[in-house]
Design a protein around this ligand. Structure first.
Ligand code: MD3
Ligand code: FE
Length: 218
């Protein structure tokens, strides 16, 4: 009887780990047990370095608002994309990378086969309905041998997982509250993006999606 119930519970769950590419994994719900620890950490980071919309080198204001924590933070302005050890808004160092965020990312990287992940940067993105991220590559980090780990919270988003060329037709991958993506190695420089967020209200996060991405930048 117990075995039957377990088998039923297993059958009701979709596969926990989806492998998109040779070195790209979606760990479904991997962050869910940690959400209660992550939210106060995020709140503290955002109190020190609030979300702000930045300008691209091309002169466009991003629809996604961002902040950072850790030794290095990703920024953009008319002069270009770069990592900086200061919040350009305050001139102060970015808030420290909190413990639960760091531990979760290291555990997810290990789960996906990347031992010894040592992140020094965490970019926090906020999407409200209509916000999107156009197809791009992440290439401002120094060491492409370290993986990148991203955690999705709040409203669902449609992630675009592209190829090595901008012209490669991307695969659509839904990302839900608690999902964690890990990628690196041969998939490190793939083009990727996020379709415009749909209207909605998430029971825990409200009318937004927050994605934070941990990297080794320096
Ligand atoms: C790269 N963020 O901040 S998660 C970014 O949801 C960014 O906010 C998106 O792209 C977001 O630079 C996507 C990051 C992600 C996920 C899977 C990838 C980047 C990836 C797979 C291959 C290459
Ligand atoms: Fe990216």
């Amino acid at each position: 009887m117990k075995q039957d119930l377990l088998a039923e519970a297993d059958a009701a769950q979709p596969p926990r780990t989806e492998q998109l590419g040779a070195q790209t994994f979606v760990l479904r719900g991997f962050a869910l047990p940690q959400v209660d620890a992550l939210l106060p950490e995020l709140r503290a980071v955002l109190a020190a370095s609030p979300f702000r919309r930045m300008v691209t080198p091309g002169g466009f204001t991003m629809s996604v608002a961002l902040s950072n924590c850790g030794a290095l933070g990703w920024t953009t302005d008319l002069a270009g994309y770069r990592y900086s050890d200061r919040d350009p808004h305050s001139g102060a160092p970015w808030p420290m990378l909190p413990e639960a965020m760091r531990t979760l990312a290291i555990a997810a990287a290990a789960e996906a086969g990347f031992a010894d992940f040592d992140p020094d940067a965490c970019l926090v993105n906020r999407y409200v309905p209509g916000a999107k991220m156009s197809l791009h590559q992440d290439r401002n980090e120094r060491d492409y041998s370290q993986p990148v780990v991203s955690v999705s919270l709040g409203l669902p988003a449609m992630f675009l997982w592209g190829g090595q060329q901008r012209s490669d037709r991307p695969q659509r991958v839904p990302l839900l509250h608690g999902d964690v993506m890990v990628w690196g190695g041969v998939d490190r420089l793939r083009f990727h993006g996020v379709l415009a967020l749909k209207e909605g209200r998430h029971p825990v996060m409200g009318p937004q999606r927050i994605n934070f991405t941990l990297r080794r930048a320096g």
